[in-house]
Write a protein that binds this ligand. Structure first.
Ligand code: COI
Length: 355
């Protein structure tokens, strides 16, 4: 690939919007920084990337993204420590996963240098936008979509890779109530569940809306075949604590290989917490709740960080979880966020300083 990524073309805004932003009350993903990174794929190659003022993108109505949904994305965060240094968390994992997702829906591979250099250059330009208040960070959304045109149901010949950033507060406010879903499915064997494809999320909106109407915030997806096993929650992977053992489902064709998920597993091991990566029967969780051995459930994801679950619904019954003083969720969250915000040693080598 010939693209010379050191020659990113940079066009800066004349007037920053940063003074219009209330950094003490940041929503999630709604306020955008001044600039965005854009790289086009045309004639079989990724072109010279650009950083330009944040702006709309004009597309032909026949662009294949509109018709066949060819789009993949990543979720990442940048953190700033007290000295003003900027950090990412395991960015190479996102870079690799973006290409894994792309491959599944026939989007051309994006060279690692474009992803990494684009990200770092954009963050250096936007460093003043990285919030420092507790629970806040700069949410980063790299994505690729089919900009090439044609109504033939086949892969596009042109794509856009874009990175936008949003100074953000927490994705969820407070503890979550989740509904175990047995009718709708998020993913199937041989499908795209493991990919971070835009359509995977669209397919969840309607069942999630039905769950919201019943007082729940998230759906816990079960396997499409039997609906007997807990899989993931769409916006996050799921962990269950029964007695003193932490459980999470193995990744598969149907489950996203979450960066936070695998970090939680490693932290749990380092903390001496018993962890089992195995299929989790819904029945096991319901029984554990009934007999008092279900201690905790929490979600793990980039946006969600570690999101404790206060209770779950299943077949019209609601099951409350106990409030534990000394819980795994808080312990693991502290370890992970201390690494992310450069407040503690990083024995895993996950923190990535942006220079
Ligand atoms: C993330 O956690 O960053 C994601 O991409 C999930 C999304 C639903 C916000």
């Amino acid at each position: 690939m010939d693209t010379n990524v050191t020659n990113i073309i940079v066009e800066k805004v004349k007037n920053s919007r940063i003074n219009q932003v209330d950094f003490s009350d940041l929503p999630f993903g709604k306020v955008h920084t001044d600039h965005m990174f854009v790289c086009d794929y045309k004639n079989g190659a990724w072109e010279t990337p650009k950083i330009v003022p944040y702006q709309g993108i004009t597309l032909d109505p026949a662009a294949k993204i509109f018709h066949y949904g060819q789009s993949v994305f990543e979720g990442m965060k940048a953190y700033k420590d007290e000295a003003g240094d900027i950090f990412l968390f395991r960015p190479e994992e996102n870079q690799k996963r973006l290409n894994i997702s792309s491959k599944r829906i026939s989007i051309p591979e994006l060279p690692k240098e474009i992803f990494m250099e684009g990200l770092k250059t954009l963050l250096q330009i936007e460093k003043d936008w990285i919030p420092t208040s507790v629970g806040s960070s700069l949410y980063i959304r790299p994505f690729i979509f089919a900009s090439g045109t044609g109504l033939h149901a086949s892969p596009a010949n042109e794509y856009k890779f874009v990175i936008v950033c949003a100074p953000s507060g927490p994705y969820f406010s407070g503890k979550l109530k989740v509904l175990i879903e047995e009718k709708y499915s998020r993913a199937a064997n041989g499908g795209v569940g493991y990919a971070k494809a835009g359509g995977n999320y669209a397919g969840q909106f309607y069942p999630t809306q039905l769950a919201i109407e019943q007082g729940y915030q998230q759906v816990v997806w079960t396997d499409d075949n039997t609906h007997e096993y807990i899989e993931e929650a769409g916006a996050m992977n799921i962990f269950v604590r029964i007695n003193d053992t932490l459980l999470t489902s193995p990744v598969s064709d149907r489950i996203l290989d979450g960066v936070t998920r695998k970090s939680v597993i490693d932290i749990a091991k380092a903390e001496g917490i018993a962890i089992e990566i195995r299929k989790i029967r819904v029945e096991e969780v319901v029984n554990a709740s009934k007999n008092g051995s279900l201690k905790e459930m929490f979600g793990a994801g980039t946006a969600a960080v570690i999101s404790p679950i206060s209770g779950f619904g299943h077949r019209g019954e609601h099951y409350e979880l106990p409030e534990l003083e000394d819980n795994f969720a808080d312990r693991i969250k502290k370890r992970i966020t201390d690494i992310q915000y450069n407040k503690a040693e990083d024995p895993f080598g996950w923190r990535y300083q942006v220079v």
